[in-house]
Design a protein around this ligand. Structure first.
Ligand SMILES: Cc1cc2nc3c(=O)[nH]c(=O)nc-3n(C[C@H](O)[C@H](O)[C@H](O)COP(=O)(O)OP(=O)(O)OC[C@H]3O[C@@H](n4cnc5c(N)ncnc54)[C@H](O)[C@@H]3O)c2cc1C
Length: 411
């Protein structure tokens, strides 16, 4: 319990969700203290692609120019290859009259992107403390969250007080767990391996997903001559890669002729890093005195890969509700319940689309069928890629007529 106030809002975590929450709050005059256990630049295992709509929020935060100046790759769309070998391409520029903030997505190393975003939070007025691990939440006599408990490397603890606390501390969020909100999803239980290469042949400005019966491999240029390579497999394969990540990764590529050819002259330049299982969710995104955002609130699977957008947009949305709550002398919880409802409205259709795609990825025949249809219907392919790009309402893809086309047997 802490009676002292160290800030209006403590934000735990300085990834995209924490930085955007902090920026949108601090630039509107709130006293924000952001705590992150890491020292930046810090890495995050990720495919490092940002949807076209993420640029809108980067622009609002004053980060877009810096992201582009740092050498971010511009992606014009996505290619998906099914286990059958058939593939389709969709473009961000042309989806049934729906228009994104940009006609391209961006991709950039997380070491660079996240440092730019954290700097924007600072520039907005947030105080940032790196190397600061949150180990618990402080509560008042009524059990309401009243701050965060931090611990130094010697285990010494100290409580910091705030009117509201935000958990933006990613997968396995300590804030979600301490609030009793975390719900580990058992499906899809997948793990990912990520490394960077140079000189992969045939890259032509789109993100690529190569789906296989055993999982999938993603390829994306991330600027400055680097290609992000991600292999995602069911968690049941974890025993095969224990202690042998690099071998597993290389074999995955070598065993598949269409990939082997393209990697013949490629060079691996970063170590293979692993993460997962990553599907997680919360029962609701708030508790008295606190709210969660970004991966701390939910993450499903990297296939449709917009966790960064969701984190940035979540921070933008949440900040409005926090400001409303902070407007009264004793912050109220009604705006926090409204935030939870708004999240469901904003992301609900996307969650359904993600689950549909997540299912198809696990069932090769379903994937083969859908990719075959999309390879013949470029209009639908653009619609699908636009939904993955966050500017086509996912409900457009989920229309029964489209689902019928994609899933009907015998095509
Ligand atoms: C394999 C893989 C590939 C992906 N590819 C993409 C992609 O291409 N595009 C995309 O948009 N999304 C992708 N995602 C999802 C994306 O990485 C996440 O959705 C995004 O990073 C969420 O941002 P965040 O700010 O919520 O969390 P994070 O980026 O994880 O940031 C959380 C921060 O909290 C800090 N923290 C954690 N615990 C504590 C603590 N106890 N005390 C203090 N600080 C703490 C951490 O140090 C970290 O800085 C991918 C995910 C995976 C697993």
């Amino acid at each position: 319990m802490t009676g002292r106030l160290d800030a209006d809002v403590i934000v735990v975590g300085g990834g995209p969700a924490g930085s955007s929450t902090a920026w949108f709050l601090a630039s509107r005059g709130m006293d924000v203290l952001l705590l992150d256990r890491a020292r930046f630049p810090r890495d995050k295992v990720c495919s490092e692609y940002l949807s076209p709509q993420a640029s809108r929020i980067l622009e609002a935060m004053g980060a877009l120019k810096s992201v582009e100046a740092a050498g971010a790759a511009q992606l014009s769309g996505m290619m998906v290859r099914a286990p059958s070998g058939e593939s389709f391409r969709g473009h961000f520029a042309g989806a049934h009259g729906f228009k994104g903030f940009r006609d391209t997505g961006l991709a950039l190393r997380r070491t660079i992107l996240d440092s730019i975003l954290l700097d924007r939070a600072r520039a907005g007025g947030a105080r940032v403390r790196e190397d600061t691990r949150v180990v618990d939440l402080a509560r008042d006599a009524h059990g309401r969250v009243s701050g965060a408990v931090i611990a130094d490397s010697d285990g010494r603890r100290a409580a910091l007080g705030a009117r509201l606390v935000v958990g933006a501390d990613g997968l396995r969020s300590i804030v979600s767990r301490r609030l009793g909100l975390a719900r580990r999803s058992r499906w899809p239980s997948r793990i990912a391996l990520v490394a960077h290469y140079t000189d992969v042949a045939g890259m032509d400005g789109v993100g690529e997903m190569h789906v296989d019966t055993q999982g999938y491999l993603g390829l994306a240029p991330v600027g400055n001559g680097l290609i992000n390579v991600a292999v995602v497999v069911p968690v049941s394969r974890a025993k095969d890669l224990a202690g042998a990540r690099s071998e597993f990764f290389e074999e995955w590529i070598d065993d598949r002729p269409h990939l082997r050819e393209r990697f013949a002259g490629a060079r691996q330049v970063t170590p293979v890093r692993a993460t997962g299982p990553f599907a997680s969710a919360v029962r609701r995104a708030w508790a008295p005195g606190a709210a969660v955002v970004g991966d701390a609130a939910d993450f499903f699977d990297p296939f449709t890969g917009e966790g960064i957008y969701t984190a940035l947009r979540g921070g933008e949305m949440l900040s409005g509700y926090l400001l409303e709550s902070l407007a009264s002398p004793r912050p109220g919880d009604a705006p926090l319940t409204a935030y939870d409802r708004a999240r469901r409205e904003e992301f609900g259709a996307k969650w359904r689309l993600e689950r549909l795609v997540g299912t198809a990825v696990g069932f090769p025949r379903m994937m083969n069928r859908a990719v075959r249809v999309l390879s013949r219907r470029t209009d639908l392919a653009d619609l699908f890629v636009g939904a993955a790009g966050d500017f086509v309402p996912p409900g457009e893809v989920l229309r029964l007529s489209n689902l019928g086309l994609l899933l009907a047997p015998g095509r």
